[in-house]
Design a protein around this ligand. Structure first.
Ligand SMILES: O=C[C@H](O)COP(=O)(O)O
Length: 223
C-alpha cells in the first residue's frame, strides 16, 4: 500500500521492461492491480500474485479474496502470513497454515512469511520460526511452497538483518521446511544477495519500488 493505482500501473509497466535473465521474478501488487499486472506482464517471464487470500475458495466471507479467483485472474503465487497481517489483523499460525493449504489446493504457490518478532539471537529466532512453520508444513505436505524468512524487526528498517544471523536461522528453517525454497526479506535490496550464500532469493519491499534498484538487485541474482 505504498502506491496509488495509477502509480502501480506505471510501476508494472516498468517491471515488464526489466531484464530478468535466468532469475525467476514474481511481483505481488495490491488485489486491485492484478488485472493490470496480467496485462502489463503478458509476454514476459515475470509472474504475479497477491498479498493475501482467504482460507476458503467460496462462501460467506465478505471482504475476503478467494484463492480460486486469484488463480482465475492468472496469479501464480500468493503471500500468506505477512508480519503486518499477523500484527494488525490477528492472523495466527493456524490461520496462516489454512491459507497456505487453500492456496495449494487452488493451484497457487504460497509464499509463507515467517520471522521472529523482535531482536534476539539466532537460536531464539529459529524457535519462533519453527513454531510458525510447523503447521504450514503439516498442512501443505509435499506441495511447492516458498518460505520468506523476514525478521519482523528488519521489515521497514534502515538495514537488513545481519547476514550471520540470517544464515544461522535459515539453516534451521531449511532443516524443517522440506524442499521449500527459502527467500530473505526485510530491508533487502542491492548488495545483499552476495552476502547470503545459500539463500534461494530475495523478497523485496520498498527497494523494488525504485526500478533502478530493482534492476541492480536482479543483476546481482543473475550473476
Ligand atoms: O513485504 C515486504 C517485506 O515485508 C519487506 O519490506 P521492506 O523491504 O520494505 O522492509
Amino acid at each position: 500500500m505504498y502506491l496509488s493505482h495509477a502509480e502501480t500501473i506505471r510501476w508494472l509497466d516498468g517491471v515488464a521492461r526489466l531484464r530478468t535473465g535466468s532469475v525467476e521474478v514474481a511481483v505481488l501488487p495490491s488485489f486491485t492491480a492484478l488485472p493490470a499486472a496480467a496485462q502489463a506482464l503478458a509476454g514476459t517471464a515475470i509472474r504475479y500474485g497477491a498479498q493475501d487470500c482467504c482460507w476458503a475458495d467460496a462462501g460467506p466471507f465478505t471482504g475476503e479474496v478467494s484463492p480460486a479467483v486469484l488463480r482465475e485472474l492468472g496469479c501464480s503465487y500468493v503471500e500468506v502470513g505477512h508480519a503486518e497481517r499477523r500484527r494488525h489483523f490477528g492472523e495466527d499460525d493456524a490461520m496462516v497454515a489454512r491459507k497456505a493449504a487453500a492456496a495449494v489446493a487452488a493451484g497457487l504457490v504460497p509464499i509463507v512469511c515467517i520471522g521472529e518478532p523482535g531482536r534476539c539471537g539466532p537460536a531464539e529466532a529459529a524457535r519462533a520460526c519453527a513454531r510458525q512453520l510447523a503447521p504450514v508444513v503439516a498442512a501443505t505436505g509435499n506441495a511447492t511452497v516458498i518460505v520468506a524468512y523476514e525478521p519482523v524487526w528488519a521489515i521497514g528498517a534502515a538495514e537488513p538483518a545481519d547476514p550471520g544471523h540470517v544464515l544461522a536461522v535459515l539453516a534451521d528453517i531449511r532443516a524443517r521446511a522440506g524442499k521449500a525454497r527459502i527467500i530473505y526479506g526485510g530491508s533487502a535490496g542491492p548488495g545483499l544477495f552476495k552476502r547470503l550464500p545459500g539463500v534461494d532469493g530475495l523478497f523485496l519491499g520498498r527497494s523494488a519500488l525504485d526500478l533502478r534498484g530493482f534492476a541492480r538487485t536482479l543483476a546481482e541474482l543473475a550473476a
